[in-house]
Write a protein that binds this ligand. Structure first.
Ligand code: SF4
Ligand code: SF4
Length: 76
């Protein structure tokens, strides 16, 4: 089982600069203002924030890697 405190749900995705540029997290209404992004790959160990909408489904990487779900920034 993947430990969400150490990895995102999709920890196989390389959080490279190229990929990070596509990430929508920092312009998302639910962004937890952590200064981090690419939560699908990196996960989070911060307390859960508010779910005010998730832009992941509009992200290039979401489609490319066929991700499912959203709110990867939420520690749930
Ligand atoms: S994971 Fe989804 S909800 Fe969280 S900041 Fe990124 S786009 Fe927004
Ligand atoms: S799927 Fe979501 S968390 Fe992952 S890179 Fe795209 S916007 Fe960021």
């Amino acid at each position: 089982m993947v430990n969400s405190n150490n990895h995102g749900r999709y920890f196989g995705i390389c959080p490279s600069y190229h990929h990070a540029k596509a990430c929508k997290c920092t312009v998302c209404p639910s962004y937890p203002q952590t200064g981090e992004m690419m939560f699908c790959a990196r996960g989070t160990n911060k307390p859960s924030g508010k779910e005010l909408g998730c832009l992941c489904s509009e992200c290039e990487l979401y489609k490319k890697f066929r991700l499912e779900g959203g709110y990867f920034c939420q520690n749930t």
